[in-house]
Design a protein around this ligand. Structure first.
Ligand SMILES: *[C@@H]1O[C@H](CO)[C@@H](O)[C@H](O)[C@H]1NC(C)=O
Length: 330
């Protein structure tokens, strides 16, 4: 099954570019696969529900356990994507994650790329967090948080992680929301093969307002559904020449940052980013090399790295919260 995916990628890379330069990118991005072709259950087996065509998997969190899946292969570079629908209503403390990691294999020097969805109390939006670790940089978290310009609980939206030799990009639908170049992240850039994971778990201790609101199982089970699964990557257990595959990924459509995409990314970040490690002067008095400190943007953030409250209210269209509501940013 994976062999087929690799062969397709190899064929695309070797044959199609001459005839049709954009064909490789199209195949990479849109080819979706059944769950069993690329993933396997990881924990909470009874809480993993698969559709009859195996193209949609629902992960449940209830009193007994959360649940999760892992890719059958590890990948060295690739485009990893899923359309996800998040649990609705009261979801404080619930964490849904779609991420890549090799923490099980390289415990001291692990790499990781995260989409984490942080549930909230009723009526407040989910927050989405991205993070990048490389070579065990666990003491240098690079968290960014955003509110979404749509309700992620009413329909599926696509979340994608692109990892090439040169850069990492996080996409929400067709919009890149974050781009990290290897040259600037240096030794903290992911460099070793990673597995892909989807999970839902109880993050009561930190997910919502720093643990102020815990999971309330009266509102469960909490269901996160994943569909449109796409893993266009370089599996390390295949004989495919690694160099050719990495190049195909680096040349794929999501890896090409057009001016229009860069503008869309800037707009998204201006409107939706509510926390950035780059502006968190308390944690990191000296920003990391990959941080672009834009003076006008910097003024919108407090020294804690959170968006100033007045701006956030306006941007998320919410009413002012109760006294102390500012803490709800964590
Ligand atoms: C990874 O970190 C170790 C220390 O934990 C360091 O010795 C090594 O040089 C680092 N590797 C890279 C590629 O930066």
């Amino acid at each position: 099954m994976l062999r087929l995916a690799s062969i397709v990628l190899a064929v695309v890379f070797l044959v199609l570019p001459a005839a049709s330069p954009s064909a490789a990118a199209e195949v990479d991005v849109t080819a979706t696969v059944p769950f069993q072709k690329v993933y396997t259950p990881l924990f909470g087996f009874d809480n993993i529900l698969r559709s009859s065509d195996d193209r949609t998997v629902s992960l449940l969190l209830d009193r007994s356990t959360g649940s999760g899946f892992i890719s059958s292969s590890m990948y060295h570079h690739g485009f990893f994507s899923a359309s996800i629908k998040l649990p609705s209503d009261y979801t404080a403390g619930v964490v849904v994650a779609f991420y890549t990691s090799n923490g099980d294999v390289f415990q001291k020097t692990h790499d990781e790329l995260d989409f984490e969805f942080l549930g909230n109390i009723r009526g407040k939006p989910w927050r989405i967090q991205t993070n990048v670790y490389g070579n065990g940089s666990v003491s240098r978290g690079r968290e960014e948080r955003y509110v979404l310009p749509f309700d992620p609980t009413t329909e599926f939206h696509r979340y994608s992680i692109l990892w090439t030799r040169d850069a990492v990009a996080f996409y929400v639908d067709d919009i890149p929301i974050r781009h990290v170049s290897r040259s600037r992240a240096g030794g903290d850039f992911p460099s070793k093969p990673m597995s892909i994971y989807g999970t839902v778990w109880d993050g009561s201790n930190w997910a919502t307002s720093g643990g102020r609101y815990r999971v309330n199982y009266q509102h469960g089970p909490f269901v996160a559904s994943f569909t449109d699964l796409a893993l266009a990557g370089c599996p390390v257990d295949q004989m495919l020449p690694a160099r050719g595959c990495a190049e195909a990924v680096a040349a794929s459509d999501p890896a090409v940052m057009t001016l229009a995409k860069l503008q869309a990314m800037r707009r998204f970040r201006e409107r939706n980013m509510v926390y950035s490690y780059c502006y968190d002067k308390r944690r990191y008095p000296v920003p990391f090399a990959e941080c672009d400190i834009v003076e006008s943007e910097s003024k919108r953030f407090k020294d804690s790295g959170h968006l100033r409250l007045a701006l956030r209210r306006r941007r998320t269209g919410r009413r002012p919260g109760r006294a102390g509501g500012a803490k709800a940013d964590m």
